[in-house]
Ligand binder design. Sequence first.
Ligand code: BJW
Length: 254
Amino acid sequence: MDIQSNLGPVCDILLAANNVCSLTGAGISAESGVPTFRGKDGLWKTYRAEQLATPMAFIQDPRLIWEWYDWRRGIIASKEPNDGHKVLVEWEALFPNFALITQNIDGLHQRAGSKNVIELHGNIWKQRCTSENTLIENHDVPLEEIPPHCETCGALLRPHVVWFGESLDGSILQQSFHLSAACDVMFSIGTSAVVQPAASLPLSAAEHGAKIIEVNPDPTPLTDFADFSFRAKSGEFLPVLNDELKKRTHQKKE
Ligand code: BJW
């Protein structure tokens, strides 16, 4: 889809919108240098998902799984939010209601400055006690102990993330479907749109009448349902769209 000729129509829709929602995936952090899962150089190319991101794998070999997360925490800690993350920070102020729903566990949206981030798949900087379910924030890189144990009860800690076959937090999921159903415009940014139930959020938004805008260098299963699908890197496209939006917002005020 040609970017220049479609910026105008997208801005018109956005400036008339009350509720704007954005679903992000690993692709928004790609330009920061955080590996995606399924793209070229994705994490799953060297490690098979079913070997590592499952509760069974953790039960069988907690050390291996924690070593993998420790390695990823090291990568993420050394990276910075990019221009795509930064635009979404500005959108919290630009739109009357803006919701940011992410599948990412890297915390880069928050580091960029986004205040309200709905994390569908958890957060790599949190650990959860396998016995008491308590949450502990931990930013050590590298971890002092692998696998780590709960200081209170001694039980094994696990990463506070959602693995395949595990349910997402019920209230977070309910809130996300509610926001998707209520929005006028939904962005799908940097996600392969294959992992459920996250991939259903834009479809639910479309069913309720929202316009769908996809930003991804590659087509996805969502592309055919999107009103606009921009084949672009989010760190490059979002600033261009944002500049155009700001230009038109100022023109409107004059
Ligand atoms: C750029 C870019 C740039 C590159 N700019 N873009 C229905 C049918 C079949 C299976 C299921 C089903 N419902 C549920 C399932 C099972 C499963 C599932 O969906 N499997 C599919 C793979 C088929 N889902 C689950 O198990 C979920 N739980 C659940 O549904 O519970 C109920 C249930 C239980 C049991 C049975 C049935 C139902 C839980 C899913 C948890 C996902 N967890 C992970 C790991 C998190 C922890 C960790 O990181 O270690 O979450 S998997 C991984 O995928 C991670 C991501 O959040 C998630 C999504 O990936 P994402 O973000 O889309 O990344 P990529 O790499 O896939 O794509 C990157 C994109 O960026 C690409 O398109 C690039 O082109 C693009 N890109 N550079 C913009 N610069």
